[in-house]
Write a protein that binds this ligand. Structure first.
Ligand SMILES: [Fe+2]
Ligand SMILES: [Fe+2]
Length: 311
């Protein structure tokens, strides 16, 4: 066995070991006496940005915050739907030569399947308690399939930034956030998701490294190009979600917004979505570090693109 193979095997082994120690069940997080509290905000302000919208009163800001909680469930459920087949495809190509790697990656796919069920379960609770309809972009399967049409390296780089982003969402805005008094179940959702995502970033990074080793330099650059195309594709979906959220807000509040009010909500929410679902991930130090190793030539471009998503 070569030194690289031994190191890889140890990384998969450690990741698998840590993953089996976490392993929570959905019923430990939601259901029974664990209900959503609709008198509280669901999302931290740093991820939802409702406070600065001057045309909304306090009750309407609470409603928009909860709509953002629901869209968070929808969008994370959606990304997990392309993560699972992407990881399974990677397992199929890698084969059984490194059986520890196979087991670690299958466990990864199993956890992401559980996360899809978790987000759907929360969405059911939301629907029961919120009182009016909230739509999410879709059809989810079509969007997931469209993402999977891009080169695997591009898709895995997207998955890698999403996993780092999930960790940021908990560590930077929930764990030490004692001021906002958010809904306990939503805090628990973000915490438990983060606990399992912590292993996924290791596995994503290993998948990126493996793909890069197998590809010609021109194929690596084509994969990186697809990563940038995918960011634009995802951003298009997020901007559609902003429109749906504004319709949900009008339905829930019974308000008819003026053009100026619509413009204000749209501008602030578009910036918020870009930061929450793209900017906070592609600027994560660990993601930038891996990206630099994959494509030193595209470092500057990554920084330029990041500026658009970090306002
Ligand atoms: Fe997940
Ligand atoms: Fe994950």
């Amino acid at each position: 066995m070569t030194a690289i193979a031994i190191k890889l095997n140890q990384s998969y082994e450690q990741s698998l070991h840590r993953a089996t120690k976490v392993n929570w069940r959905i019923e430990d997080i939601i259901g029974g006496d664990k209900r959503l509290d609709f008198s509280k905000r669901f999302m931290p302000e740093v991820l939802a940005r409702v406070n600065q919208i001057s045309c909304l009163n306090a009750a309407e800001k609470l409603i928009l915050n909860q709509i953002r909680g629901n869209s968070y469930l929808h969008l994370f459920g959606l990304v997990e739907e392309f993560i699972v087949p992407c990881v399974l495809d990677h397992v199929k190509t890698a084969g059984l030569a490194d059986i520890t790697a196979t087991q670690a990656l299958l466990h990864f796919a199993e956890e992401e399947s559980k996360h899809i069920r978790l987000f759907r379960r929360f969405a059911e609770e939301f629907e029961i308690g919120f009182g009016s309809r909230c739509d999410g972009i879709g059809p989810v399967q079509d969007i997931a399939n469209a993402v999977l049409q891009y080169r695997p390296l591009g898709v895995v780089l997207i998955i890698l930034y999403i996993e780092w982003m999930t960790q940021y969402h908990y560590l930077a805005s929930i764990r030490d956030n004692f001021g906002e008094k958010l809904d306990l179940q939503f805090c628990s959702l973000l915490r438990n998701h983060w606990l399992e995502e912590a292993q996924h970033t290791t596995l994503d990074t290993l998948m990126v490294e493996q793909l890069v080793r197998q590809l010609e330099p021109s194929e690596v650059e084509a994969g990186v190009e697809d990563f940038f195309k995918l960011i634009e594709f995802l951003n298009g979906g997020l901007m559609m979600q902003v429109q749906l959220d504004m319709e949900s807000l009008a339905r829930a509040t019974g308000r008819i917004f003026t053009e100026a009010e619509k413009q204000e909500i749209q501008t602030i929410q578009e910036q918020s979505y870009r930061w929450t679902f793209i900017g906070s991930g592609i600027t994560h130090t660990q993601f930038v570090e891996t990206f630099k190793q994959v494509s030193p030539a595209q470092q500057v471009r990554l920084l330029e693109v990041a500026e658009i998503y970090c306002q």
